[in-house]
Design a protein around this ligand. Structure first.
Ligand SMILES: Cc1cc2nc3c(=O)[nH]c(=O)nc-3n(C[C@H](O)[C@H](O)[C@H](O)COP(=O)(O)O)c2cc1C
Length: 208
């Protein structure tokens, strides 16, 4: 009987250890420096379909420092050329906590993911980091870019930006009923009009 118990005990230990080594093997990128995970590419080579990437798959906007950062989901935005510079734009309701980080650091990243991370992308849009634990309960891995911006290791595309202009929309400047309704709704919620954020692209990184 004692022998059987000993054999069972050893079998359980072996099973537990093999589980551990499998888990370690799964993350082949653990500990790798940022530049070994991502390749720096020129903004002009971005041939991605921005309507799908931003409008259908959604993106994460992250701002802050290694010690303190915040992330939100966004479905409005894009990129192009502004004042001769490759630039991005996004539209944020005035009460987004992420805006406070963007104002403080003057930088932010846009990150894009393959479909397998859909639930994680949506996770950051379900609650505000101001009054929830969303920054502790996600399953992504934060990484710091060589410029010191925060992004996520699981991203397939990272766009680093530096604010060019952060401005408040004016209701009289809108001409379509749809846009007017969005702006009105945003004001009713935040008691302040939406913010337009234009950012100079400082780096584009693609997963290697
Ligand atoms: C799919 C999706 C797209 C969103 N797009 C935007 C957007 O473009 N602009 C915006 O201000 N909020 C957008 N949101 C809402 C924010 O992600 C949400 O309010 C979030 O909690 C804000 O987080 P924060 O307060 O921590 O910054 C979106 C949410 C989802 C789920």
């Amino acid at each position: 009987m004692k022998k059987i118990i000993t054999i069972l005990f050893v079998a359980v230990l072996l099973a537990a250890n093999s589980g551990q080594s499998n888990a370690q093997e799964l993350d082949k990128t653990a500990g790798k420096p940022f530049v070994e995970l991502f390749e720096n590419v020129a903004p002009a080579t971005m041939a991605d379909n921005v309507f799908k990437l931003v409008g259908e798959d959604f993106m994460l906007i992250t701002s802050g420092t290694e010690a303190d950062f915040n992330t939100m989901t966004a479905g409005w935005g894009g990129w192009g050329v502004l004042f001769n510079t490759p630039a991005t734009w996004c539209v944020l309701r005035a009460n987004r906590y992420t805006l406070e980080y963007i104002r403080n650091t003057k930088t932010y990243t846009l990150t894009f993911f393959e479909d397998e991370y859909n639930d994680q992308v949506l996770h950051f849009g379900m609650a505000s980091g101001r009054n929830s634990d969303k920054m502790k309960t996600h399953r992504l891995t934060a990484v710091t870019t060589p410029l010191g911006n925060i992004a996520y290791k699981e991203a397939s595309l990272i766009v680093e930006c530096e604010i060019i202009q952060l401005t408040t929309v004016q209701p009289d400047d809108f001409y379509t009923d749809e846009a007017k309704a969005f702006i009105k709704e945003g004001y009713a919620d935040a008691k302040e009009y939406h913010k337009l954020v234009f950012g100079k692209i400082t780096n584009v990184w693609r997963k290697k």
